[in-house]
Design a protein around this ligand. Sequence first.
Ligand code: CAA
Length: 295
Amino acid sequence: RAKRPAGAPDKKLARPVTKVGIVGAGLMASQLALLFVRRLEVPVVLSDLDQERVDKGVAYVHAELDKLLAKGRISQDRANRHKALVSGVVEKSEAFADADFVIEAVFEEMGVKKSVFADVEKVVSAECVLATNTSSLSITEMAADLEHPERVVGFHFFNPVAVMPLLEIIQGGATDDATLATAFATGKALKKTTILVQDSPSFIVNRLLGRFMSEVSKVVDAGTPIEVVDGAFSGVAPMPPLTLMALVGPAIALHNTETLAGAFPERFYVSPALERVVAARKPSYFGPDGALDPE
Ligand code: CAA
């Protein structure tokens, strides 16, 4: 639910964003780095647990800029400038010290995210916004143990980040107006459609999508071949449900349903077949052995 139809607090409260830190260098984090560098044109620092992941994240941004250059969408100058603005580190402390907006896109687990924010808080200024791209977890709880919980805000993007226009901005119990105003101003600079969302399990889009996916999972678990399920949506939705699940990632989809089933057990269904896909670390239901036996 949009808390305030008008959306953001007074934009005069927004603080400038002159450097961005991104925690995580996986697919979501790399897509965020690309978006931030293209739209804000400020230094963007990606960080992850090891150099290999960091290098992969930076390489993704460079490769996407090269694709835009090859399509004639950006000039060589711009591509070079944006590449030079993106860097990667394993040790956050120095590189994040003067960031005024840090967003995390790490593993979807409360303990991991809390510990990331606790680490980041030690090195950034008291006013640096700590944004989370969580798709379902409580912003209030994530901020609870911090020294400055008022600067934590949900900043939830959709896959593929470059294309999907919506950005859910989630106000936690402690989030203050300056943080919210900065989040809205940043969302606008990123050219996203921003909505203010209350802190509730899976927010708006994933809660609705989760209900739909629960029914899809029941149909799959009842034995309907996945191609038939997806085929039924051909021409109906921009992307059939199990293809969409592959895009988002089965682990995220499962986590979302588990969060929702925990909050509203009567409404959401956790699929054993999806649990098996995730346990087997498969990228999707598809593939040579992707069509799982519903038993
Ligand atoms: N990364 C960047 N750009 C991409 C892309 C990607 N992965 N996939 C497609 N695009 C771009 C293409 O380059 C193309 O851009 P141009 O027109 O400028 O050349 C444009 O998107 C359209 O692509 P296509 O013509 O190839 O394909 P399409 O018409 O089928 O559109 C789509 C692709 C936009 C992804 C469409 O299939 C779609 O809307 N799918 C649904 C996506 C969706 O619902 N996402 C939300 C998932 S839920 C979530 O993310 C929440 C969460 O927390 C887990």
